[in-house]
Design a protein. Structure first.
Length: 232
């Protein structure tokens, strides 16, 4: 990857730009309880797995049984449950050290800026407000509920939506994120990915996932970009 080919930086939200206020353990418990109540086989549910993966197995199960229409009817209830948990402590959201300064720097350097999150739009806008990050920092914000649920990260379509909104190809975008789901989304779309250590993943996780670029946090991004610019 030549840094000269990158025209936009796309950021994940929780664990990348802000210290997440979401209790993901509670979210998993409530989603699994909901899925059990809808007759999903116990062996398909995993309390230690992500909400994303549990919902993915549920959606595949429903489609395999030819119940896609029932799935569509259930999606609003699932989304309402997710939003409920997202908003419970949203006022506690705070930006990670150096986040705003990094956004300002890369804007001054001429990069376009995107935000791509699995959070709902309601949560995202409230979290940005509570953390003091003005939404005007971003040229485009793509949230979980802006497109069909199947398009959300780790599906590469999520990054494609961001790139299209910016008038770019995914290959002209670099994504910064804290979770392997972010990395898969970027890879599936053909975008460059940089992992951070400020959220869900530590060094061992990124090594296991063979993430080629890892930095401490968003605050380190300008220096990382400058180093590669000087090498190009």
């Amino acid at each position: 990857m030549s840094i000269d080919e990158i025209k936009a930086i796309v950021f994940d939200l929780d664990g990348t730009l802000i210290d997440s206020s979401i209790d993901f353990k509670i979210m998993r418990q409530r989603i699994i309880s909901f899925l059990r109540s809808r007759g999903i086989p116990e062996e398909m549910l995993d309390a230690d797995d992500t909400v994303t993966n549990n919902l993915g197995r549920f959606r595949s199960f429903m489609k395999a049984r030819g119940q896609a229409s029932i799935l569509e009817e259930m999606e609003p209830a699932i989304d309402s449950l997710l939003i409920e948990v997202e908003l419970e402590n949203v006022e506690r959201s705070s930006q990670l050290k150096g986040a705003e300064e990094a956004l300002q720097t890369i804007r001054e350097w001429g990069f376009m800026i995107g935000l791509l999150t699995r959070g709902s739009r309601t949560y995202t806008m409230e979290a940005l407000r509570s953390s003091g990050l003005d939404h005007s920092h971003f040229d485009v914000i793509v949230c979980r509920d802006d497109f069909p649920a199947s398009d959300a990260k780790p599906n590469g379509k999520a990054m494609e939506h961001v790139a299209n909104s910016l008038g770019l190809s995914p290959g002209e975008c670099l994504m910064l994120g804290d979770h392997p789901i972010d990395m898969l989304c970027a890879r599936n779309a053909g975008s460059t990915f940089v992992g951070v250590l400020s959220g869900w993943s530590d060094d061992s996780t990124w090594r296991e996932k063979e993430c080629g670029h890892v930095i401490d946090s968003v605050a380190s991004l300008p220096a990382w970009l400058l180093e590669r610019k000087l090498k190009s």
